[in-house]
Design a protein around this ligand. Structure first.
Ligand SMILES: C[S@@+](CC[C@H](N)C(=O)[O-])C[C@H]1O[C@@H](n2cnc3c(N)ncnc32)[C@H](O)[C@@H]1O
Length: 382
Protein backbone atom coordinates (compact mmCIF):
# COMPACT_ATOMS: atom_id res chain seq x y z
CA UNK A 1 0.00 0.00 0.00
CA UNK A 2 1.35 3.45 -0.97
CA UNK A 3 1.86 5.79 2.00
CA UNK A 4 0.51 9.31 2.16
CA UNK A 5 3.75 10.88 0.93
CA UNK A 6 3.69 8.77 -2.26
CA UNK A 7 -0.02 9.41 -2.81
CA UNK A 8 0.45 13.14 -2.28
CA UNK A 9 3.41 13.27 -4.71
CA UNK A 10 1.33 11.36 -7.27
CA UNK A 11 -1.56 13.81 -6.92
CA UNK A 12 0.70 16.84 -7.32
CA UNK A 13 2.29 15.31 -10.43
CA UNK A 14 -1.17 14.60 -11.87
CA UNK A 15 -2.27 18.19 -11.27
CA UNK A 16 0.93 19.62 -12.79
CA UNK A 17 0.74 17.37 -15.86
CA UNK A 18 -2.90 18.33 -16.43
CA UNK A 19 -1.88 22.00 -16.29
CA UNK A 20 -4.16 22.51 -13.27
CA UNK A 21 -1.56 23.54 -10.68
CA UNK A 22 0.10 26.93 -11.15
CA UNK A 23 3.87 26.84 -10.46
CA UNK A 24 3.63 29.33 -7.58
CA UNK A 25 1.19 27.03 -5.74
CA UNK A 26 3.15 23.80 -6.16
CA UNK A 27 5.28 24.12 -3.02
CA UNK A 28 2.21 24.77 -0.86
CA UNK A 29 0.43 21.71 -2.28
CA UNK A 30 3.54 19.63 -1.51
CA UNK A 31 3.82 21.03 2.02
CA UNK A 32 0.22 20.63 3.20
CA UNK A 33 -0.81 16.96 3.62
CA UNK A 34 -4.49 16.70 2.66
CA UNK A 35 -5.13 13.59 4.75
CA UNK A 36 -4.36 15.47 7.97
CA UNK A 37 -7.42 17.62 7.32
CA UNK A 38 -9.87 14.91 6.32
CA UNK A 39 -11.96 13.50 9.21
CA UNK A 40 -11.80 9.80 10.09
CA UNK A 41 -15.25 9.17 8.60
CA UNK A 42 -15.91 10.16 5.00
CA UNK A 43 -18.87 9.31 2.76
CA UNK A 44 -18.72 7.68 -0.66
CA UNK A 45 -21.29 7.16 -3.37
CA UNK A 46 -22.58 3.60 -3.73
CA UNK A 47 -25.14 3.67 -6.55
CA UNK A 48 -27.61 6.30 -5.46
CA UNK A 49 -26.69 5.93 -1.79
CA UNK A 50 -24.04 7.60 0.33
CA UNK A 51 -22.29 5.23 2.70
CA UNK A 52 -19.63 5.94 5.32
CA UNK A 53 -16.00 4.80 5.05
CA UNK A 54 -14.10 4.77 8.33
CA UNK A 55 -10.36 5.14 8.57
CA UNK A 56 -10.30 2.53 11.35
CA UNK A 57 -12.13 -0.06 9.19
CA UNK A 58 -10.38 0.49 5.85
CA UNK A 59 -7.32 2.71 6.04
CA UNK A 60 -6.34 2.06 2.40
CA UNK A 61 -9.72 3.12 1.00
CA UNK A 62 -9.79 6.15 3.30
CA UNK A 63 -6.28 7.30 2.33
CA UNK A 64 -6.97 6.81 -1.36
CA UNK A 65 -10.05 9.04 -1.04
CA UNK A 66 -7.88 11.69 0.63
CA UNK A 67 -5.46 11.79 -2.31
CA UNK A 68 -7.83 11.22 -5.24
CA UNK A 69 -8.37 14.21 -7.51
CA UNK A 70 -11.95 14.30 -6.32
CA UNK A 71 -14.04 15.94 -3.63
CA UNK A 72 -14.31 14.10 -0.32
CA UNK A 73 -17.67 14.15 1.42
CA UNK A 74 -16.98 14.87 5.09
CA UNK A 75 -20.46 15.61 6.44
CA UNK A 76 -24.03 14.76 5.45
CA UNK A 77 -27.31 16.15 6.75
CA UNK A 78 -25.56 18.83 8.85
CA UNK A 79 -23.84 16.11 10.89
CA UNK A 80 -27.10 14.38 11.87
CA UNK A 81 -27.37 11.59 9.29
CA UNK A 82 -30.82 10.04 9.19
CA UNK A 83 -29.64 6.42 9.29
CA UNK A 84 -27.20 3.99 7.66
CA UNK A 85 -27.35 3.69 3.88
CA UNK A 86 -30.42 5.88 3.46
CA UNK A 87 -30.84 7.61 0.10
CA UNK A 88 -31.63 11.29 -0.17
CA UNK A 89 -28.86 12.44 2.11
CA UNK A 90 -27.70 15.99 1.60
CA UNK A 91 -23.97 16.66 1.35
CA UNK A 92 -23.31 19.49 3.80
CA UNK A 93 -19.51 19.65 4.05
CA UNK A 94 -16.65 18.39 1.92
CA UNK A 95 -13.02 18.84 0.97
CA UNK A 96 -13.21 20.32 -2.52
CA UNK A 97 -11.61 18.68 -5.56
CA UNK A 98 -7.86 19.39 -5.65
CA UNK A 99 -7.98 20.63 -9.27
CA UNK A 100 -10.84 23.00 -8.38
CA UNK A 101 -8.95 24.23 -5.30
CA UNK A 102 -5.87 24.84 -7.49
CA UNK A 103 -7.93 26.65 -10.14
CA UNK A 104 -9.58 28.91 -7.57
CA UNK A 105 -6.36 29.71 -5.71
CA UNK A 106 -4.69 30.68 -9.01
CA UNK A 107 -7.70 32.84 -9.94
CA UNK A 108 -7.43 34.61 -6.56
CA UNK A 109 -4.14 36.21 -7.74
CA UNK A 110 -2.59 36.63 -4.30
CA UNK A 111 0.65 38.45 -3.58
CA UNK A 112 2.84 38.29 -0.46
CA UNK A 113 1.46 40.33 2.44
CA UNK A 114 -2.15 40.21 1.27
CA UNK A 115 -4.94 39.41 3.70
CA UNK A 116 -7.56 36.86 2.69
CA UNK A 117 -10.99 35.94 4.01
CA UNK A 118 -12.19 32.43 3.21
CA UNK A 119 -15.89 31.57 3.48
CA UNK A 120 -16.56 27.88 4.24
CA UNK A 121 -13.63 26.46 6.24
CA UNK A 122 -14.78 22.84 5.83
CA UNK A 123 -11.80 20.60 6.53
CA UNK A 124 -9.37 23.53 6.72
CA UNK A 125 -7.22 22.27 3.82
CA UNK A 126 -7.75 25.31 1.58
CA UNK A 127 -7.13 27.64 4.54
CA UNK A 128 -3.86 25.80 5.27
CA UNK A 129 -2.75 26.23 1.64
CA UNK A 130 -3.45 29.96 1.89
CA UNK A 131 -1.64 30.19 5.24
CA UNK A 132 1.34 28.32 3.80
CA UNK A 133 1.73 31.08 1.18
CA UNK A 134 0.60 34.16 3.10
CA UNK A 135 1.26 33.33 6.76
CA UNK A 136 -1.44 32.45 9.29
CA UNK A 137 -1.88 36.08 10.43
CA UNK A 138 -3.10 37.00 6.96
CA UNK A 139 -5.80 34.33 6.68
CA UNK A 140 -9.24 34.35 8.31
CA UNK A 141 -11.81 31.64 7.68
CA UNK A 142 -15.51 31.51 8.59
CA UNK A 143 -17.53 28.29 8.88
CA UNK A 144 -21.26 28.17 9.66
CA UNK A 145 -21.26 24.72 11.28
CA UNK A 146 -19.96 24.94 14.83
CA UNK A 147 -18.64 21.35 14.98
CA UNK A 148 -16.94 21.64 11.57
CA UNK A 149 -15.38 24.99 12.59
CA UNK A 150 -14.09 23.65 15.91
CA UNK A 151 -12.58 20.59 14.27
CA UNK A 152 -10.92 22.58 11.46
CA UNK A 153 -9.46 25.07 13.94
CA UNK A 154 -7.99 22.28 16.07
CA UNK A 155 -6.46 20.51 13.05
CA UNK A 156 -5.09 23.76 11.57
CA UNK A 157 -3.54 24.82 14.87
CA UNK A 158 -2.11 21.36 15.43
CA UNK A 159 -0.50 21.55 11.99
CA UNK A 160 1.04 24.92 12.90
CA UNK A 161 -1.41 27.19 11.06
CA UNK A 162 -2.70 29.35 13.91
CA UNK A 163 -5.17 31.35 11.88
CA UNK A 164 -8.54 32.75 12.92
CA UNK A 165 -11.33 30.25 12.29
CA UNK A 166 -14.65 31.86 13.20
CA UNK A 167 -17.89 29.93 13.64
CA UNK A 168 -20.70 31.96 12.09
CA UNK A 169 -22.55 32.96 8.96
CA UNK A 170 -19.96 33.73 6.31
CA UNK A 171 -22.56 35.71 4.35
CA UNK A 172 -21.85 38.46 6.89
CA UNK A 173 -18.12 38.32 6.17
CA UNK A 174 -15.87 38.94 9.16
CA UNK A 175 -15.97 42.69 9.92
CA UNK A 176 -13.47 42.70 12.79
CA UNK A 177 -10.58 41.63 10.48
CA UNK A 178 -11.70 43.73 7.47
CA UNK A 179 -10.66 45.17 5.10
CA UNK A 180 -9.30 42.24 3.12
CA UNK A 181 -7.38 42.19 -0.14
CA UNK A 182 -9.12 39.03 -1.23
CA UNK A 183 -12.26 37.07 -0.39
CA UNK A 184 -12.66 33.47 -1.55
CA UNK A 185 -15.98 31.67 -1.08
CA UNK A 186 -15.68 27.89 -1.16
CA UNK A 187 -19.46 27.62 -0.99
CA UNK A 188 -21.91 28.73 -3.68
CA UNK A 189 -24.28 31.71 -3.71
CA UNK A 190 -27.10 32.67 -6.01
CA UNK A 191 -27.52 36.01 -4.24
CA UNK A 192 -23.96 37.18 -3.63
CA UNK A 193 -23.67 38.83 -0.20
CA UNK A 194 -22.73 42.52 -0.41
CA UNK A 195 -20.70 42.19 2.82
CA UNK A 196 -17.98 40.51 0.76
CA UNK A 197 -17.65 43.67 -1.36
CA UNK A 198 -17.86 46.12 1.53
CA UNK A 199 -15.15 44.27 3.49
CA UNK A 200 -12.70 44.23 0.55
CA UNK A 201 -10.34 47.09 -0.31
CA UNK A 202 -11.00 48.96 -3.59
CA UNK A 203 -9.09 47.14 -6.31
CA UNK A 204 -9.36 43.87 -4.34
CA UNK A 205 -10.77 40.64 -5.69
CA UNK A 206 -13.70 38.46 -4.57
CA UNK A 207 -14.09 34.94 -5.94
CA UNK A 208 -17.52 33.30 -5.74
CA UNK A 209 -19.01 30.05 -7.09
CA UNK A 210 -22.33 31.24 -8.51
CA UNK A 211 -25.38 29.05 -8.85
CA UNK A 212 -29.00 29.18 -9.96
CA UNK A 213 -31.72 26.65 -9.23
CA UNK A 214 -31.31 25.25 -12.75
CA UNK A 215 -27.54 25.36 -13.16
CA UNK A 216 -24.69 24.97 -10.67
CA UNK A 217 -21.32 25.73 -12.14
CA UNK A 218 -19.93 29.23 -12.65
CA UNK A 219 -16.98 30.82 -10.90
CA UNK A 220 -17.27 34.61 -10.72
CA UNK A 221 -14.19 36.78 -10.23
CA UNK A 222 -15.17 40.27 -9.00
CA UNK A 223 -13.15 43.44 -8.70
CA UNK A 224 -14.22 45.85 -5.98
CA UNK A 225 -14.55 49.47 -7.14
CA UNK A 226 -14.16 52.77 -5.28
CA UNK A 227 -17.92 53.32 -5.70
CA UNK A 228 -18.47 50.34 -3.36
CA UNK A 229 -19.91 48.02 -6.00
CA UNK A 230 -18.15 44.91 -7.27
CA UNK A 231 -18.33 43.73 -10.86
CA UNK A 232 -17.41 40.25 -11.97
CA UNK A 233 -17.28 37.88 -14.87
CA UNK A 234 -17.37 34.12 -15.19
CA UNK A 235 -13.84 32.69 -15.21
CA UNK A 236 -14.45 28.99 -14.62
CA UNK A 237 -16.82 26.07 -14.26
CA UNK A 238 -17.06 24.89 -10.65
CA UNK A 239 -19.96 23.35 -8.71
CA UNK A 240 -20.31 23.86 -4.95
CA UNK A 241 -22.90 23.33 -2.23
CA UNK A 242 -24.87 26.44 -1.37
CA UNK A 243 -24.60 28.86 1.54
CA UNK A 244 -26.73 27.37 4.29
CA UNK A 245 -29.36 30.15 4.16
CA UNK A 246 -29.64 29.88 0.38
CA UNK A 247 -30.24 26.15 0.11
CA UNK A 248 -33.87 26.70 -0.79
CA UNK A 249 -35.87 23.55 -1.38
CA UNK A 250 -34.75 20.24 -2.76
CA UNK A 251 -36.78 18.77 -5.57
CA UNK A 252 -38.09 15.26 -5.07
CA UNK A 253 -39.79 13.29 -7.84
CA UNK A 254 -41.66 11.23 -5.23
CA UNK A 255 -43.09 14.29 -3.54
CA UNK A 256 -43.32 16.88 -6.34
CA UNK A 257 -44.49 14.88 -9.38
CA UNK A 258 -48.19 14.16 -8.92
CA UNK A 259 -51.42 14.23 -10.92
CA UNK A 260 -49.63 12.60 -13.86
CA UNK A 261 -52.92 11.57 -15.46
CA UNK A 262 -54.20 15.11 -15.56
CA UNK A 263 -50.97 16.69 -16.91
CA UNK A 264 -51.20 18.92 -20.01
CA UNK A 265 -49.69 17.12 -23.00
CA UNK A 266 -47.75 18.53 -25.95
CA UNK A 267 -44.88 17.62 -28.26
CA UNK A 268 -41.63 19.49 -28.91
CA UNK A 269 -38.97 19.17 -31.61
CA UNK A 270 -36.30 20.81 -29.43
CA UNK A 271 -33.81 18.04 -28.68
CA UNK A 272 -33.19 17.87 -24.92
CA UNK A 273 -29.44 17.59 -25.50
CA UNK A 274 -29.41 20.96 -27.30
CA UNK A 275 -30.89 22.45 -24.20
CA UNK A 276 -29.19 20.60 -21.39
CA UNK A 277 -26.02 19.11 -22.80
CA UNK A 278 -24.27 22.41 -23.41
CA UNK A 279 -22.78 24.41 -20.57
CA UNK A 280 -23.45 27.82 -22.17
CA UNK A 281 -27.15 27.11 -22.75
CA UNK A 282 -27.88 25.59 -19.41
CA UNK A 283 -26.17 28.52 -17.66
CA UNK A 284 -28.30 31.00 -19.65
CA UNK A 285 -31.54 29.09 -18.96
CA UNK A 286 -30.74 29.28 -15.25
CA UNK A 287 -30.41 33.07 -15.48
CA UNK A 288 -33.79 33.34 -17.16
CA UNK A 289 -35.96 30.72 -15.38
CA UNK A 290 -35.99 30.97 -11.57
CA UNK A 291 -37.14 28.24 -9.16
CA UNK A 292 -36.73 25.43 -11.64
CA UNK A 293 -34.76 22.31 -10.69
CA UNK A 294 -33.56 19.79 -13.22
CA UNK A 295 -33.52 16.02 -12.67
CA UNK A 296 -32.77 13.40 -15.35
CA UNK A 297 -33.82 9.78 -14.88
CA UNK A 298 -32.27 7.18 -17.17
CA UNK A 299 -34.05 4.06 -18.45
CA UNK A 300 -32.43 0.82 -19.62
CA UNK A 301 -32.80 1.28 -23.39
CA UNK A 302 -30.95 4.62 -23.68
CA UNK A 303 -34.19 6.50 -23.13
CA UNK A 304 -34.41 9.11 -20.41
CA UNK A 305 -36.85 11.54 -18.84
CA UNK A 306 -35.97 15.19 -18.27
CA UNK A 307 -37.88 16.49 -15.25
CA UNK A 308 -38.29 20.17 -14.47
CA UNK A 309 -39.58 20.75 -10.96
CA UNK A 310 -40.57 23.87 -9.03
CA UNK A 311 -40.80 22.59 -5.44
CA UNK A 312 -42.18 25.94 -4.26
CA UNK A 313 -45.30 26.03 -6.48
CA UNK A 314 -45.61 22.28 -7.08
CA UNK A 315 -45.38 22.69 -10.86
CA UNK A 316 -43.51 20.06 -12.84
CA UNK A 317 -42.82 19.03 -16.43
CA UNK A 318 -41.47 15.82 -17.92
CA UNK A 319 -40.00 15.31 -21.39
CA UNK A 320 -39.52 11.77 -22.71
CA UNK A 321 -36.43 11.13 -24.83
CA UNK A 322 -36.13 7.99 -26.98
CA UNK A 323 -32.99 7.28 -29.04
CA UNK A 324 -33.51 8.21 -32.70
CA UNK A 325 -36.65 10.28 -32.10
CA UNK A 326 -36.90 13.82 -33.40
CA UNK A 327 -40.08 14.79 -31.58
CA UNK A 328 -40.49 14.44 -27.86
CA UNK A 329 -43.67 14.17 -25.77
CA UNK A 330 -43.97 16.68 -22.93
CA UNK A 331 -46.27 16.71 -19.91
CA UNK A 332 -46.75 19.77 -17.71
CA UNK A 333 -48.65 20.19 -14.46
CA UNK A 334 -49.28 23.02 -12.02
CA UNK A 335 -49.53 26.78 -12.38
CA UNK A 336 -46.31 27.08 -14.40
CA UNK A 337 -45.63 25.73 -17.87
CA UNK A 338 -42.08 24.84 -16.96
CA UNK A 339 -41.11 23.21 -20.23
CA UNK A 340 -42.45 26.16 -22.19
CA UNK A 341 -40.54 28.59 -19.93
CA UNK A 342 -37.32 26.69 -20.43
CA UNK A 343 -37.84 26.42 -24.17
CA UNK A 344 -38.53 30.19 -24.34
CA UNK A 345 -35.28 30.78 -22.43
CA UNK A 346 -33.42 28.67 -24.99
CA UNK A 347 -34.89 30.75 -27.86
CA UNK A 348 -33.99 33.94 -25.98
CA UNK A 349 -30.37 32.75 -25.63
CA UNK A 350 -30.35 31.77 -29.33
CA UNK A 351 -31.71 35.21 -30.26
CA UNK A 352 -28.92 36.89 -28.30
CA UNK A 353 -26.39 35.20 -30.60
CA UNK A 354 -25.75 32.20 -28.30
CA UNK A 355 -23.45 33.97 -25.83
CA UNK A 356 -20.73 31.90 -24.21
CA UNK A 357 -20.44 31.82 -20.41
CA UNK A 358 -17.58 34.32 -20.22
CA UNK A 359 -19.77 37.07 -21.71
CA UNK A 360 -22.05 37.19 -18.66
CA UNK A 361 -21.27 39.48 -15.76
CA UNK A 362 -22.73 40.34 -12.38
CA UNK A 363 -22.70 43.60 -10.42
CA UNK A 364 -23.27 43.46 -6.67
CA UNK A 365 -24.32 46.65 -4.86
CA UNK A 366 -25.85 47.39 -1.43
CA UNK A 367 -29.35 47.33 -2.98
CA UNK A 368 -28.85 43.96 -4.71
CA UNK A 369 -27.32 42.38 -7.79
CA UNK A 370 -27.95 42.44 -11.52
CA UNK A 371 -26.82 40.31 -14.42
CA UNK A 372 -25.48 41.79 -17.65
CA UNK A 373 -24.19 40.67 -21.01
CA UNK A 374 -20.82 42.06 -22.18
CA UNK A 375 -21.26 45.48 -20.55
CA UNK A 376 -23.03 46.67 -17.45
CA UNK A 377 -25.42 48.75 -19.58
CA UNK A 378 -26.84 45.59 -21.19
CA UNK A 379 -28.80 44.33 -18.17
CA UNK A 380 -30.66 41.07 -18.30
CA UNK A 381 -33.62 40.36 -16.03
CA UNK A 382 -35.34 37.02 -15.50
C1 LIG B 1 -17.18 22.73 0.01
S1 LIG B 1 -17.08 22.95 1.72
C2 LIG B 1 -15.61 23.94 1.87
C3 LIG B 1 -14.31 23.24 1.61
C4 LIG B 1 -13.17 23.81 2.42
N1 LIG B 1 -12.75 25.11 1.99
C5 LIG B 1 -12.01 22.84 2.50
O1 LIG B 1 -10.87 23.20 2.18
O2 LIG B 1 -12.23 21.71 2.97
C6 LIG B 1 -18.30 24.20 2.05
C7 LIG B 1 -18.39 24.59 3.50
O3 LIG B 1 -19.15 25.79 3.59
C8 LIG B 1 -19.86 25.75 4.80
N2 LIG B 1 -20.93 26.76 4.76
C9 LIG B 1 -22.20 26.64 4.27
N3 LIG B 1 -22.87 27.80 4.46
C10 LIG B 1 -22.01 28.66 5.07
C11 LIG B 1 -22.14 29.99 5.55
N4 LIG B 1 -23.26 30.67 5.43
N5 LIG B 1 -21.05 30.54 6.14
C12 LIG B 1 -19.90 29.85 6.29
N6 LIG B 1 -19.73 28.58 5.87
C13 LIG B 1 -20.77 28.00 5.27
C14 LIG B 1 -20.32 24.31 4.91
O4 LIG B 1 -20.68 23.99 6.23
C15 LIG B 1 -19.09 23.57 4.38
O5 LIG B 1 -18.26 23.20 5.43
Amino acid sequence: MADHAELSARLVTELVEAGDLAPDWRTAFEAVPRHRFVPDTVWVEDGDRLVPVDRADDKTAWLERCYANDFVITQVDDGVPAGPGRTGREITSSASRPDVVALMLAALEIEPGMSVLEIGTGTGWNAALLAERLGSDNVTSVEVDLGVADRARAVLWDAGYKLTVAAGDGALGYPSSAPFDRVIATVAADRVPYAWASQTRPGGRVLVPWTTDFHNGALLSFEVSRDGAMRGRIVGNVAFMRLRDQRGRRASLDRDVHDEDRARRSVTDLHPYDLLGEYDVSLAVGLRVPRCKLIVTHHDDGAYTVWLVDPWSGSWAGLEYEPGADRFPVRESGERDLWREVEAAYRWWDGLGRPAADRWGLTVMPEGQHVWLDTEEHRIGP
